[in-house]
Write a new protein. Structure first.
Length: 237
């Protein structure tokens, strides 16, 4: 089976639990470290799927890899090669397919609840989680619009578009890939950012984020298993 290509845009925003999930299901993967200068592949055919992780930059920044990544995403979508986006990755998927990425009304940082849809597509992707409040982890200041043909799977009062699906492709504003050590790293690395907006109801302190790990991470892990489990059914064999 061809590997899943995982694109990293920042050294501390790696594949996390997503890589563990792939390995558990005996699915090969390869890391394309754009943060280290790795070139964007010219074609998607060498991969069974494409996964894009998060990053502190904006898809609207003038960075040399953004345009070729969007071109690659469009090529993958045209060939039904599944694309998965986490946070910045979800924004890249939206932008590549004609959506807009703009400032969210508020920053979301830390553990959060999003409400899943209950329509047929939501039930397909979310299974028993459809229609429920879902535990997710957030760290973003921008948001994406739904590209043409896409359907919203989940949202909340702070950010209307938390997940969308379009065929075999899944874009998420939230982070379902988190590991405890990733949360600890982000809390230390971006403590000043969280402190600057600590007055917002959508923001948790680093202490609260760490304290929530024992209860909230297992709940999010079950959600990740559901979403990733559906996504891999579309992989090119």
């Amino acid at each position: 089976m061809r590997p899943v290509a995982i694109f990293r845009h920042s050294p501390t925003e790696g594949p996390g639990y997503f890589a563990i999930f792939l390995e558990t299901h005996r699915i090969p993967w390869t890391l394309i470290a754009l943060d280290e200068g790795a070139p964007v592949p010219e074609a998607a055919d060498a991969y069974s799927g494409l996964c894009f992780m998060g990053g502190p930059m904006s898809v609207n920044d003038d960075l040399p890899w953004i345009a070729p990544v969007c071109t690659l995403i469009r090529a993958a979508v045209a060939k039904d090669i599944p694309v998965l986006g986490h946070c910045l990755g979800g924004q890249l998927l939206s932008k590549a397919l004609g959506g807009e990425v703009r400032q969210n009304p508020v920053k979301e940082i830390g553990w959060s609840q999003v409400t899943a849809g209950s329509d047929a597509l939501s039930r397909h992707w979310l299974g028993d989680f459809a229609g429920q409040d879902l535990t997710v982890f957030e760290w973003h200041g921008e948001t994406f619009s739904l590209p043409a043909g896409a359907s919203r799977l989940a949202g909340n009062d702070h950010c209307a578009n938390q997940m969308f699906a379009l065929g075999p492709h899944l874009g998420m504003q939230c982070h379902t890939e988190m590991l405890p050590e990733m949360i600890a790293c982000w809390c230390e690395q971006w403590a000043e950012e969280a402190a600057a907006v600590a007055h917002l109801a959508s923001v948790q302190s680093p202490a609260a984020m760490r304290a929530g790990i024992p209860e909230r991470l297992p709940a999010m892990r079950r959600l990740a298993d559901q979403l990733y489990g559906v996504w891999i059914t579309g992989l090119r064999r």
